[in-house]
Design a protein around this ligand. Structure first.
Ligand code: SDX
Length: 431
């Protein structure tokens, strides 16, 4: 962030104020309004934060007009094609791609933290078997602060590091346990001789009565899905983690808050909602009916997996997932997947419709991911937990960046109040 001596001039009630401006290395300039209320006695008003930079960061940058996503400067399509999830985790956490030794050490630290405290299994047993896995993981992750007391002190850099590794390492185990619990199968322990994605697939799909061989194609597809969901600037769930962390809450409680926020269908819950929508559409000939509903202002229906606050061009993650969907389904021998045909035709119709063109609505990361996950054997209820697993490194990286910021202040927005002004209580007899 460079102080480029640019000044914004604002006139309020006849008074003129000069506000400093800063230029980023990429993206729009910002106007520093931190002293505005003290100087001019007014607030800015931006519900939904459509024009607000809530922090400065060096981790991820999105150019919505170009449809570009960079993690520490590296384009997502290169990372998805040439890297792998734990290497991307290292990049997000520490800022640079690792050397061979650094990666080996990092992968070993993650691998040796994949088990959860045995007592945590009791948490799962308190849930109904038909609980949504997101309900389970929100509870279990928050409960981690009751177990890992030696990594709660956010002011201790070493404890922050341990909490980071524990979260990244244990999320696949917890998410797999939530899946096993809901399908009534025994939990499967992680294995240290498997890579991150293979370990997760085995914890989800192996059963005690037979050996489970991980399909390397599925493991590669799983790892790519993890990478594509790893981080995404200041999205709703990451902003939730930052706001929760600004009070000094412990990392496990803050990540649990992020999981809860991600669950919403407007955010990470869209992958489940999108697949359910594709299933409701059912066949290509019903697409016009749903396009009409999406355009009808009186109908709350929206095309799930479409649109984005930042991307006003294609979401580059959707492009990679679309290619991956073709590859995975072909390799799995899933011929003529009806849902994929509906999704491709829906995308084609929408992208040629004036409404979607004018509003710059394109498929986002949630549009194709569900088709791949379903083909891999996951129920729709597991789509958002897998998103949460993938995004844990993003939440943790942003959390570490914020906690290390000497300017850290508790987040405390103000409001535009138009409720009742001061009035006296009246006794019930007189009302
Ligand atoms: C994720 O922020 C992130 O980075 C999130 C994410 C990440 O990696 O963390 O990328 C992950 O959450 C992706 C988004 C998943 N959500 C969905 O697919 C749900 C469907 N999409 C929408 O609900 C919506 O597009 C949002 C929530 C994604 C974005 O909403 P905005 O930016 O607040 O935009 P908006 O609601 O103001 O919409 C602008 C216009 C509106 O029409 P008007 O009121 O101007 O007439 O576009 C319309 C909307 O009605 N619109 C849609 C639409 N999305 C927006 N119309 C039909 N279908 C849609 N999907």
């Amino acid at each position: 962030m460079t102080d480029n001596n640019k000044i914004a001039t604002l006139t309020v009630n006849g008074e003129t104020y000069e506000l400093p401006m800063y230029s980023p290395t990429a993206g729009p300039d910002v106007i520093d309004i931190r002293k505005l209320y003290a100087q001019a006695g007014v607030f800015t008003y931006d519900p939904g934060f459509t024009s607000t930079a809530a922090c400065d960061s060096t981790i991820t940058f999105i150019d919505g007009d170009k449809g570009e996503l960079l993690h520490r400067g590296y384009p997502i399509d290169q990372l998805a094609g040439k890297s792998h999830y734990l290497e991307v985790c290292y990049l997000l956490l520490y800022g640079e791609l690792p050397t061979v030794d650094e990666l080996e050490d990092f992968e070993s630290r993650v691998t040796h933290h994949t088990m959860v405290h045995e007592q945590m299994m009791n948490f799962f047993r308190g849930f109904r078997r038909d609980a949504h896995p997101m309900a389970i993981i929100t509870g279990v992750i928050g409960a981690m602060s009751a177990f890992y007391h030696d990594s709660l002190d956010i002011n201790d850099e070493w404890q922050r590091e341990v909490a980071s590794i524990r979260m990244i390492a244990k999320m696949p185990t917890i998410v797999a346990m939530a899946f096993k619990y809901t399908v009534g199968q025994p939990f499967v322990y992680p294995r240290n001789d498997l890579d991150y994605a293979s370990n997760f697939l085995r914890m989800c799909f192996s059963v005690p009565c037979e050996e489970y061989e991980v399909n390397p194609i599925l493991a590669r597809a799983m790892d790519r899905i993890f990478t594509l969901h790893a981080d995404h600037e200041q999205n709703a769930s990451t902003s939730t983690v930052r706001l929760a962390s600004s009070s000094g809450a412990n990392p496990f409680a803050c990540i649990a808050a992020g999981v809860a926020c991600l669950w919403g269908p407007a955010h990470g819950g869209a992958n489940q909602a999108c697949l359910e929508m594709l299933r409701e559409i059912g066949t290509v000939d019903r697409i016009p009916e749903f396009i009409a509903r999406a355009k009808d202002r009186d109908d709350p229906f929206r095309l799930m997996g479409f649109g984005h606050r930042v991307y006003k061009n294609t979401d580059p993650r959707a492009t990679v997932l679309k290619q991956s969907a073709d590859e995975v389904l072909e390799l799995l021998g899933v011929e003529d997947n009806e849902l994929l045909q509906v999704a491709k035709e829906l995308e084609k119709v929408a992208l040629n419709d004036p409404y979607f063109i004018e509003k710059k609505l394109f498929p986002n990361v949630d549009f194709y991911s569900g088709i791949i996950l379903e083909a891999m054997g996951f129920p729709t209820s597991m789509f958002t937990p897998i998103f949460a697993l993938s995004r844990t490194v993003g939440w943790i990286s942003q959390w570490k960046e914020m906690i290390a910021d000497p300017q850290l202040k508790i987040g405390r927005p103000r409001q535009l109040y138009h409720g009742e002004t001061n009035r006296n209580y009246t006794d019930i007899e007189t009302r």
